[in-house]
Ligand binder design. Structure first.
Ligand SMILES: NC(=O)C1=CN([C@@H]2O[C@H](COP(=O)(O)OP(=O)(O)OC[C@H]3O[C@@H](n4cnc5c(N)ncnc54)[C@H](OP(=O)(O)O)[C@@H]3O)[C@@H](O)[C@H]2O)[C@@H](O)CC1
Ligand SMILES: Nc1ncnc2c1ncn2[C@@H]1O[C@H](COP(=O)(O)OP(=O)(O)O)[C@@H](O)[C@H]1O
Length: 280
């Protein structure tokens, strides 16, 4: 069935993120648990946690390798970082973000086996997607749920659909819809004019973003933004679409001020807070 393509714009922000109630406390805005950062990849998980904190989540925790804990705390002490008590951390979280820097090894796989069966809202990126691609169709179907966001780049999308990356890029609309049908929830297919397909036949396209964003860690920051929006109560489609718009619009502001070349993923955090609050 063909879906109408919606364009995400600033109106979505007004509609989906109204002013906070005056009596609000941190418990109103959810608790994101970031799971990632195997040896050598701590930065990805740290950037995702930092982006979630900067995007309005009430609380953010990070489960990672012991060697990354002090880097996280010195960079952003608001994040609760731990390398033990995974089950307790999973129980306390309201939203799970898994994948950035998680790696392909047994450490990450064991964590995924535990968290994928949770029915809490989830965002899966990077190595969590690569793991999903290794499961049988029956296992993939068993793990589907509507409040889950998958954020593949075209290389990851190709692994999920078991086809060449060129086939994804050849027909991105068909690819995002096929991913959504096969894996359920919402799928955001990254790249120029990212596409978002949701569980109720929704389809949206971003017109923001620029090639300055082609730098390592940019997707990790996107995952943190979307997870924070899930934590604030948005459904998977709205969180992915609005998160993608905030991410691309922040990058466009930076590119207009400073140019595209040399844009870094953590730079996105600078304009992000103003954008989130409707101040451009
Ligand atoms: N600071 C840190 O700690 C950082 C850590 N990171 C962590 O590193 C881990 C590996 O993640 P990754 O994305 O680099 O590896 P991977 O999926 O194998 O991609 C390479 C392959 O996929 C393809 N491909 C990639 N992008 C594509 C695109 N847009 N469009 C099309 N194709 C694309 C590409 O194909 P190529 O074009 O090169 O032929 C190549 O085959 C992961 O844990 C991540 O979280 C990163 O987040 C960076 C910052
Ligand atoms: N040329 C481009 N135009 C618009 N957006 C882009 C472009 N290149 C990259 N991006 C965006 O930057 C992000 C890159 O994510 P990803 O490939 O997962 O990076 P990483 O794995 O390094 O974090 C995605 O949100 C993608 O849509």
């Amino acid at each position: 069935m063909s879906r109408t393509i919606q364009t995400v714009d600033a109106q979505w922000l007004k509609r989906l993120l109204p002013r906070r109630p005056a009596q609000a406390h941190k418990g109103y805005f959810g608790h994101v648990l970031v799971v990632g950062g195997d040896h050598g990849y701590g930065g990805a998980a740290i950037m995702a946690a930092q982006a979630a904190a900067r995007s309005g989540a009430g609380l953010v925790s990070l489960y990672t390798r012991q060697e990354h804990i002090s880097a996280m705390l010195s960079r952003q002490p608001e994040v609760m970082a731990n390398h033990q008590h995974f089950t307790t951390m999973l129980d306390r979280a309201t939203v799970i973000l898994a994948g950035p820097g998680l790696g392909p090894d047994s450490w990450g796989k064991a964590l995924l086996a535990q968290l994928l069966v949770s029915n809490k809202p989830q965002l899966l990126d990077a190595d969590a997607l690569n793991y999903l691609a290794t499961l049988s169709t029956a296992e993939q179907q068993q793990l589907q749920h509507d409040n889950r966001v998958l954020t593949p780049h075209p290389g990851e999308a190709a692994r999920l659909l078991n086809c060449p990356t060129a086939a994804i890029e050849h027909d991105r609309i068909a690819a995002v819809q096929q991913l959504q049908q096969q894996f359920g929830g919402t799928v955001l297919l990254k790249g120029q004019h990212s596409l978002i397909a949701g569980p109720k036949q929704q389809l949206a396209r971003l017109s923001c973003g620029n090639p300055g964003m082609a730098s390592g860690g940019m997707g990790d920051v996107l995952s943190g933004i979307i997870a924070a929006l899930l934590a604030q109560g948005l459904n998977s489609f709205d969180a992915a679409a609005l998160g993608g718009w905030l991410h691309g619009s922040a990058a466009d502001q930076l590119a207009a001020e400073r140019g595209e070349r040399g844009l870094l993923a953590t730079d996105i955090l600078l304009p992000l807070q103003k954008l989130l609050n409707g101040k451009t």
